[in-house]
Design a protein around this ligand. Structure first.
Ligand code: SF4
Length: 294
């Protein structure tokens, strides 16, 4: 019969083996994981764009977003699950969450998209990789927090990369939803037609989107390019924020905005007429501020 000393030694040995196994499997001990209740995991699974693993995380549940354009909204980030966002950008793996979006890096490495990948997306991805965010099923209180705010789908990444049904609790349970998709021509994006704006860069695309039953959000190079039936994004004039405006809900209006952010030069070169307004960096500053509270 084993003595108490031998039993204790055996237990110690077993604990060491379990710890080694956890390390091997990259399982973080729940005791040691810091929980971040400001965010919740909505989806972990294949991208509807190319089947690669992606993750969708909603943040801003507790701490207010400092993004000056959107105001205090819940922000949903869609990212590759197996690759941090900056690396995904350099390796073209971001295609799984951005699809054929023309604002992605082109063959010369020029990028129009204003999202600063090394800031909020990088830090949210790291928090998720450390296991800080709970999945929605283990954090039901998240829904009641979300119900007090409007939701911005696709603060980074295209919402249509995730199954529509999984976003329904947010869509139905929040104060309102805004969002955009460049996948509007794809069949898998159809369920999103009355929730997201079709993202367009040309007038022709905008007309095609309308014919296909979408409302759109069109980026233009200059104010003069807007058509009279289109509505200028009121956030550009500083009169409102997305959290109270809500026009980009896939049902209400066809919206235009003049290109802004660091990629505006490349946008004009690719789509525009050359002489656009120099109004750029407001949105960029807003997004930079936004990274403070993940
Ligand atoms: S139109 Fe309204 S909801 Fe859409 S981007 Fe502008 S402020 Fe936001």
């Amino acid at each position: 019969m084993a003595t108490q000393k031998e039993i204790r030694a055996e237990l110690k040995k077993l604990n060491r083996q379990i710890a080694d196994l956890r390390k091997e499997l990259h399982v973080i001990s729940p005791k040691r994981t810091r929980r971040n209740y400001n965010g919740v995991v909505l989806y972990e699974g294949p991208s509807l764009i190319d089947n690669a693993p992606i993750v969708a995380i909603a943040t801003g549940l507790i701490w207010p977003s400092l993004n000056r354009k959107t105001g205090d909204m819940v922000h949903v980030w869609i990212m590759r699950a197996d690759t941090p966002p900056v690396e995904a950008f350099y390796t073209d793996r971001d295609k799984s969450v951005c699809g054929d979006c023309p604002l992605r890096k082109d063959s010369e490495g020029n990028r129009i998209c204003y999202v600063l990948l090394h800031q909020a997306p990088a830090s949210i991805w790291q928090n998720w990789a450390k296991g800080e965010y709970l999945p929605l099923v283990d954090y039901p209180e998240a829904l009641s927090l979300i119900s007090r705010k409007a939701v911005r789908l696709g603060a980074f990444g295209d919402p249509a990369a995730m199954p529509f049904e999984l976003a329904l609790p947010l869509i139905q349970g929040s104060l309102g939803v805004t969002g955009y998709t460049h996948q509007w021509q794809k069949d898998f994006a159809l369920p999103w037609r009355e929730t997201l704006q079709a993202s367009c860069e040309t007038e022709r695309e905008a007309q095609e989107a309308v014919q296909a039953g979408w409302h759109y959000y069109r980026i233009i190079s200059d104010y003069e390019e807007a058509r009279k039936e289109e509505i200028f994004c009121p956030a550009k004039t500083g009169n409102t924020q997305c959290s109270t405006c809500g026009l980009c809900d896939g049902r209400s209006a066809n919206v235009v905005t003049v290109v802004h952010g660091r990629g505006k030069r490349f946008f004009r070169r690719r789509f525009g007429n050359g002489d656009a307004a120099e109004d750029a960096d407001e949105q960029v500053k807003g997004d930079e501020e936004d990274s403070a509270l993940w």
